[in-house]
Design a protein around this ligand. Structure first.
Ligand SMILES: Nc1ncnc2c1ncn2[C@@H]1O[C@H](COP(=O)(O)OP(=O)(O)OP(=O)(O)O)[C@@H](O)[C@H]1O
Length: 511
């Protein structure tokens, strides 16, 4: 008896895969009980469902998940019985509690021993030992099986936990794939103005993207530094890896280390599990350190060390994690000034400043405004699920181009979103936009007002031609069209070429 118990317990607890454990158990108990098949069922108290999780014959076990609702009389019996006693039926198909499950594994004609599995006071499930011939089971078989009640209940619980862990792991992997795709989609956002105002910026991006050097993005707030960082990542060989953004100004100094480097379980009170820091999360990808100028002096030292040694150690850990990451930093601050004031470390500056790219403010590339507005109208209309996409009022297009945009593209984006929310008709108006804060044009002549019904490109084309008419075809220098339109002369020429506007002075002098 003792030998039977030991051998069968080892067999049933030998694997976390329930079908394997059940099969081993059958092979073992067959020497003592004339069984042809075993089946294992979980009982769900809340729903009254019986789930067949595995069954096995001599040739091998099968994992499954067949659920059937137990009849009320069987539930009542089960709930009241709470015994570990086993009992017999001549035909599994004749018993209300086993009929459906037995039909699932073709066992309705079989004789069976049925035993509730109980741990503590909780009814975990049921095991059924089935045999082909009726009346083949004897009372001593029942006694032997009852010995195994606890080991089988424990094995069932462990394997169900294992199954739940596997399910959660699959869910996590699925979530992770989804978020990685989302991240890639966001990182791969369209950059507007690559052929106009951001032309030279994008030239630099194209040059630096394939190499692994650190990049320092400089520019006012809202000019698109993060977007450009995404464009660099996306054009690099790391594009299938993660791009992790970290705002150095948004984390209190006390949390900086654990956010950057992660921590080990038990490193401090509240560290209930291991957490990876942003450097580790960016492994094989790119880390974007935004607002680098806001980094506290001691955090600057630690960042410098990471950049030099290319490895980190989690807080409270001993393991060294080697890093394979590309660093892109950004700031709207003047780091050279900060160095002069000893607020930013020189050594860190030189590490980061390998390839600086300055992104011009929107007021210096107003030629991008119409396309940006159009881009945001489409993007926001899609997000807001608008059925009709409103058109921009030509009047407003010119007024938007005159505004200085201190908040740059983010401000423009918000203005479009607000206008869309307030919009009532076919045309998008910027009625409540603070145009009165616009800078007055720097010339005294009157600019023509474009017609309200023309497409945007036509309006811009007309606008540029009318301005050229005022300057008699002069583009460059004082009083030239570029100055009147507050754009870079070469950008204006590029735009004129794109819109098919002639640059011959004689044309404007004769019109
Ligand atoms: N050229 C562009 N084309 C399309 N969208 C842009 C462009 N530049 C910026 N944006 C959008 O404008 C918003 C602000 O851009 P981003 O966050 O990249 O600016 P930032 O310079 O990093 O700002 P901050 O300095 O405040 O962190 C974002 O929604 C971004 O998608």
């Amino acid at each position: 008896m003792e030998f039977f118990f030991r051998e069968a317990t080892l067999a049933i607890c030998g694997s976390l895969d329930i079908e394997e454990a059940l099969w081993q158990c059958l092979l073992c108990i067959r020497k003592y009980i004339p069984a042809d098949m075993l089946s294992l069922h979980i009982y769900e108290q809340e729903t009254g469902l019986l789930e067949t999780v595995a069954y096995t014959t001599e040739s091998g076990g099968v994992e499954c998940s067949f659920k059937n609702t137990l009849p009320v009389n069987v539930i009542k019996d089960l709930e009241e019985r709470r015994s570990i006693g086993a009992w017999m039926v001549d035909r599994l198909g004749d018993h209300d509690g086993t009929r459906e499950a037995a039909a699932y594994f073709n066992g309705t004609e079989m004789a069976g021993i049925i035993m509730d599995l109980v741990l503590g006071k909780k009814l975990m499930g049921v095991i059924v030992v089935a045999g082909k011939d009726p009346k083949r089971f004897l009372p001593n078989h029942l006694n032997l099986l009852e010995l195994l009640n606890k080991p089988i209940a424990v094995a069932l619980t462990n394997s169900m936990r294992h199954r739940e862990l596997k399910r959660l792991k699959d869910l996590l992997a699925d979530d992770s794939r989804y978020f990685q795709n989302e991240l890639r989609r966001r990182v791969g956002q369209d950059v507007i103005g690559t052929e106009l105002g951001l032309y030279s910026t994008m030239e630099m991006v194209r040059k630096v993207a394939p190499i692994n050097s650190p990049v320092l993005l400089l520019g006012e707030t809202g000019v698109g530094k993060e977007l450009i960082a995404g464009a660099i990542h996306n054009s690099s060989s790391r594009k299938t890896g993660p791009m992790i953004s970290f705002n150095c100004g948004a984390i209190p100094p006390t949390l900086m280390d654990s956010e950057l480097f992660g921590y080990e379980k038990g490193a401090f009170t509240g560290a209930t599990s291991q957490k990876r820091g942003v450097f580790e999360r960016a492994q094989h990808g790119t880390i974007f350190l935004d607002e680098i100028g806001e980094l506290a002096p001691d955090a600057q030292i630690r960042l410098l060390r990471v950049l030099q040694q290319k490895e980190i150690q989690r807080v409270g850990g001993v393991e060294i994690v080697k890093l394979d990451i590309r660093v892109i930093a950004a700031t709207h601050r003047d780091l050279k000034d900060m160095m002069g004031e000893k607020k930013f470390r020189k050594d860190l500056f030189f590490r980061l400043n390998v390839f600086p790219i300055t992104i011009p403010p929107l007021r210096e590339r107003k030629e991008d405004i119409p396309a940006l507005v159009q881009h945001f109208i489409l993007e926001k209309a899609r997000e807001m699920k608008l059925r009709k996409i409103p058109q921009l009022m030509p009047d407003d297009a010119t007024r938007l181009m005159d505004y200085e945009w201190p908040g740059n593209i983010r401000e423009l984006e918000n203005a479009v979103e607000r206008a869309l929310i307030l919009n009532k008709g076919q045309f998008l108006t910027f009625e409540d936009f603070p145009f009165n804060q616009m800078k007055e044009p720097s010339y005294t002549g009157e600019l023509p007002t474009p017609s309200l019904t023309l497409p945007l490109d036509t309006v811009i084309s007309k606008y540029i031609q009318d301005t050229l008419a005022i300057t008699k075809g002069k583009i460059y220098g004082k009083g030239g069209a570029a100055e009147l339109l507050s754009v870079n002369p070469s950008t204006l020429r590029h735009r004129m070429k794109k819109l098919g506007i002639t640059s011959k002075k004689t044309y404007y002098q004769s019109h």
